[in-house]
Design a protein around this ligand. Structure first.
Ligand SMILES: CC(C)(COP(=O)(O)OP(=O)(O)OC[C@H]1O[C@@H](n2cnc3c(N)ncnc32)[C@H](O)[C@@H]1OP(=O)(O)O)[C@@H](O)C(=O)NCCC(=O)NCCS
Length: 356
């Protein structure tokens, strides 16, 4: 069974879906947001202090992560880490709004620690304890490398984390909301969201985009590379978007900070490749780059392994996921879409021993 998106019936199906949402289910109403306003200075400082206090992983979680194979795909290991974190959360059995806010805060603080710890364990290195004197981005780089980062570098990472933090009804957020709508717990919804984010058509694109940029190698090769890929009907990862058809509003910000980082490192090669690829993709396919295409080279310039690109996306997007999960639970209705069967209707039942 599948939703029929064939040409003739598309409009009718869309109308049916609209009708079924509004008439049968009353539609889905989202909001109001958790607090409905930005924090004042005291609230922000309080939240920041709380985040810093929750960064350490429970020892049982670290022991579980130590048992994972060193060649585990980081996104798979991160999904496992979140499952393990759930088992050690003192609010695990409490699904009240206050408990969910507490769980979301701990998860945000600890996901960055988990990404850094998983990487170090996979390299046979000691896990680095968080430094409460550093902000979220700087502390992540410190836990990853065991050295305090330069302020500018931490700021660039922070900018990408802000860009990735929330993005409406993307596939992983929708996954989280569907899981939350069954009244399953917040951790379970985030585990599902991580599984959805891994796919290369969604968050995994920020790893595949880097492969593209490295394969091109030098700006002079970019135009011919794109033309040949398109001729072979290949997808250029980091381009296209289901919603953005003219521009991804996050791109200009990532592009600017990537260029600044390149200048600081005295190597603008990656930015130059990206700009040429963007020009050719617009000219040939009228497709715009998405944020992944410009975030990936930023992480590469920071010498972060490509396989951590999507986990870094996850440790930021957990903010949006959590907010959506809490919002869903505040005003819940089980997601249960209709589908329309479009296959044969005249099939006769054949007993098993007559099926050839
Ligand atoms: C994101 C994505 C899945 C959106 O897909 P969509 O809106 O469903 O668009 P479609 O898959 O229907 O593609 C529409 C057309 O654009 C083409 N297209 C879309 N993205 C393309 C890409 N990255 N490279 C080359 N062609 C692309 C398709 O081949 C199709 O062309 P056609 O009409 O000639 O067959 C798609 O653009 C994609 O696969 N991008 C690469 C992965 C990526 O960067 N994902 C991160 C998204 S934030």
């Amino acid at each position: 069974m599948h939703l029929d998106r064939g040409a003739a019936e598309t409009d009718a199906v869309d109308e049916d879906i609209q009708a079924s949402l509004s008439a049968d289910h009353g539609g889905y109403h989202f909001g109001p947001p958790a607090f409905g306003r930005l924090p004042n200075r005291a609230e922000l400082e309080g939240f920041d202090a709380e985040l810093r206090s929750h960064r350490s992983l429970p020892p049982g979680v670290v022991e579980s992560l130590e048992l994972l194979p060193s060649d585990a795909v980081p996104m798979d290991a991160l999904r496992t880490a979140v499952s393990a974190l759930a088992l050690y959360d003192p609010d695990a059995g409490d699904d009240s709004r206050d408990a969910n806010l507490r769980k979301a805060t701990r998860l945000l603080a600890r996901l960055a620690t988990a990404v850094a710890a998983l990487h170090r364990l996979s390299q046979g290195l000691e896990v680095v304890a968080p430094d409460p004197g550093l902000n979220h981005a700087a502390n992540f780089l410190y836990m990853l490398r065991g050295e305090r980062p330069e302020e500018f570098e931490a700021r660039v990472l922070e900018v990408t984390l802000i860009l990735y933090m929330e993005h409406e009804f993307n596939a992983s957020t929708f996954t989280a909301r569907v899981i939350a709508s069954t009244l399953a717990d917040l951790y379970g919804a985030v585990v599902g969201a991580i599984a959805a984010l891994k796919g290369p058509l969604h968050g995994g694109a920020n790893e595949k985009a880097m492969d593209v940029i490295l394969e091109i190698g030098v700006p002079e090769r970019a135009e011919a590379w794109v033309e040949e890929s398109l001729r072979q009907k290949k997808r250029v990862m980091g381009f296209g978007h289901r919603i953005y058809k003219t521009a991804d509003s996050r791109v200009e910000v990532a592009k600017k900070w990537g260029a600044l980082l390149g200048k600081q490192l005295d190597d603008t090669r990656l930015s130059d490749i990206c700009i040429t690829v963007e020009e050719v993709m617009r000219r040939e396919k009228n497709l715009c780059p998405n944020v992944d295409f410009y975030a990936a080279p930023i992480y590469h310039m920071m010498e972060i392994p490509i396989a951590l690109n999507t986990p870094i996306f996850a440790m930021s997007r957990v903010v949006g996921w959590s907010a959506h999960i809490i919002e869903q639970i505040d005003n819940n209705r089980l997601f249960r879409p209709n589908s329309r069967y479009v296959g044969a209707t005249d099939l006769e039942f054949q007993p098993l021993d007559r099926r050839g």
